[in-house]
Design a protein around this ligand. Structure first.
Ligand SMILES: Nc1ncnc2c1ncn2[C@@H]1O[C@H](COP(=O)(O)OP(=O)(O)OP(=O)(O)O)[C@@H](O)[C@H]1O
Length: 276
């Protein structure tokens, strides 16, 4: 891990050197160009063009089955775990096409963390849940692991609630706490991007609020892409919103514009609750 983390930092610097000078606010971290994706004969994504900006929260909204989850699972190539999947087009992550043969998918996945709809802690202690990733990457030093665990739990705004019970089983936590633990687990591998697939859909309103506040905090250091069914949530926490419909991006803009003055009638119909 120490080597991987160092490498991540070096890659960040190297990328910075290779990048064209663009203003900080406009730096594209993920650029999707003409992406099509099929599950067997079914086309789930159609000609997607989507630039995702660094240190922004980008929300993906749209009705059930429109391709939101498929899209974010394409960003870390997790979608390829489905054998019938075929893609065309490009996704550039920090300027490099992730579909290129020579692209190292393992490295992509250490730089791009993912949080799922249902909290999925391992049946292990709170400490071990967070230390797992760093251990897999070769960190054995107890002091370093302890520091990583504390820093990650603090980063996920759950440290105060669990610091006295780190050796207890993670299953003893509430759903909302489990989800923040999963976010801490994700932070422990020092990702560059965090993908979140409906991270609050299984949580109560209070836990949802905590995760939303956390996302706002995390975007200072990470780039976040979040799929959500909850339009209020997208409006509250995202900087940019992409509206997907039938596998296409119908509209992509600043979140306030998408919700206040949508350019496409289909976006307007969706956000005003006429369908979906
Ligand atoms: N493993 C799979 N095999 C075949 N088809 C799939 C698979 N996963 C998704 N699909 C199809 O791809 C399309 C997009 O599905 P996806 O799950 O990406 O939509 P979604 O917008 O995330 O939906 P939801 O909001 O209900 O989660 C749907 O038609 C779905 O049936």
């Amino acid at each position: 891990m120490a080597t991987t983390l160092r490498k991540n930092r070096e890659i960040k610097i190297e990328n910075k050197l290779n990048e064209e000078p663009v203003s900080k606010d406009n730096k594209v971290i993920y650029d999707t160009r003409g992406l099509n994706l099929w599950y067997g004969e079914t086309q789930a994504l159609k000609n997607i063009d989507l630039p995702i900006q660094e240190n922004h929260v980008t929300a993906i909204i749209g009705p059930s089955g429109c391709g939101k989850s498929t899209y974010i699972k394409t960003l870390n190539r997790m979608v390829e775990l489905v054998p019938s999947v075929r893609t065309t087009g490009e996704i550039l992550y920090r300027g490099k096409n992730i579909f290129e043969r020579s692209y190292r998918v393992e490295e992509l996945r250490t730089r791009v963390g993912m949080v799922f709809q249902k909290p999925n802690p391992f049946p292990k202690s709170i400490f071990e849940n967070v230390a797992y990733g760093p251990k897999v990457h070769g960190i054995r030093d107890k002091k370093i692991l302890k520091d990583i665990v504390e820093k990650s739990l603090k980063g996920a705004a759950i440290w105060e609630e669990v610091k006295d019970r780190l050796n207890e089983n993670a299953y003893g936590l509430s759903g909302g706490q489990q989800q923040r633990l999963c976010i801490a687990r994700c932070l422990a591998i020092e990702p560059d991007v965090i993908l979140m697939d409906e991270p609050t859909s299984a949580l109560d309103p209070k836990s949802t609020l905590k995760v939303e506040e956390l996302v706002q905090e995390l975007k200072k250091n990470y780039s976040i892409v979040i799929v959500t069914h909850n339009m209020q949530q997208a409006a509250r926490i995202s900087d940019k919103t992409a509206f997907f419909l039938n596998g296409e991006v119908v509209e992509f803009d600043q979140t306030d514009r998408v919700f206040s003055t949508p350019q496409d009638l289909r976006t307007e119909d969706y956000i005003t609750g006429r369908f979906g």
